[in-house]
Design a protein. Structure first.
Length: 288
């Protein structure tokens, strides 16, 4: 007796689901960038206290974005404690108390470990301690460097120049990478980053440094080029570091606060990462 074979189902048309498009747009990005630039200029005109308040607001929002992303993905960092430590780090930098920076970081580490012993600490308490300390040192540490720049002679102008030089790096990298990008820098971390984009960003940051050297008496052309070179070399690393952190956490954007940009940390990553190196250069080379 022959075995009956069930007929194979007729093939069906396979409809591919299109990947969702990015919520970012160049138009919204430009508008947002202009608003941020206006805030920077207004605070610079008012004075260093206003600029310090602006630094505190944007840097602590960026730190909140990191902790909030961790909370949304199952981690249990202590958000309030981390924000308080971050603000303390910004404050001691602005008050020119460098020795207290070590005290704040030590208090962050000890406090995070003690809080990790609480009953509702979660399943990754040791990792949460590490994320808390990393967030304070990385994000508000970079913010502390920008706050320290304010206290230098002509500090407000130098800080504005540094921010815009680093922004020019990002702009140059975007357009050159979009137009010419073929060779990926770190495809496993950020597929959109290319060596062609890096070259365009580096050239733009050098041009920005040279421009501000002719605009500001505090900088000569060689010093302007040096600041541009520091930003051009380290800004892409700052972008990749944030991308690495986002991949580890499992998020695409740090937040949704800025239309066309994502979160504040997405916009500040390069500025915060380069700031300590640029501040040290200003401190030891520019200060007479």
């Amino acid at each position: 007796m022959r075995e009956s074979v069930a007929p194979e189902p007729a093939p069906q048309d396979v409809v591919e689901t299109p990947l969702p498009k990015s919520g970012r747009s160049l138009k919204h990005a430009v508008i947002t960038a202009l608003i941020l630039l206006a805030l920077i200029i207004i605070c610079a005109l008012i004075g260093e206290i206003a600029f310090f308040i602006l630094i505190c607001v944007v840097v602590l929002i960026a730190l909140f974005e990191l902790f909030d992303a961790l909370l949304q993905t199952g981690h249990r960092p202590n958000l309030v404690f981390g924000l308080l430590c971050g603000f303390a780090l910004l404050l001691v930098a602005f008050l020119e108390r460098p020795a207290l920076i070590v005290v704040v970081l030590a208090a962050t580490m000890y406090g995070a470990f003690v809080l990790a012993l609480r009953s509702n600490r979660g399943k990754s308490a040791a990792s949460d301690v590490a994320w808390t300390l990393l967030g304070v040192a990385w994000i508000t540490g970079g913010g502390a460097a920008t706050a320290s720049m304010l206290k230098l002679e002509d500090g407000i102008y130098l800080l504005v120049a540094y921010i815009l030089i680093t922004a020019l790096d990002d702009i140059g990298a975007y357009f050159s990478g979009t137009r010419f990008g073929k060779h990926k820098m770190a495809p496993s971390i950020s597929p959109a980053k290319s060596w062609e984009g890096w070259a365009g960003g580096f050239a733009a940051s050098l041009a920005g440094g040279l421009f501000f050297a002719f605009l500001l008496e505090a900088l000569d052309p060689l010093q302007g080029l040096a600041i541009g070179a520091i930003s051009g070399l380290l800004a892409p690393v700052g972008d990749l570091v944030e991308s690495l952190a986002k991949r580890e956490i499992g998020i695409k954007d740090s937040g949704r606060l800025l239309p066309g940009h994502g979160g504040l940390l997405d916009r500040l990553d390069a500025i915060l990462f380069c700031a300590p190196a640029v501040y040290l250069y200003m401190l030891f080379v520019l200060v007479p």
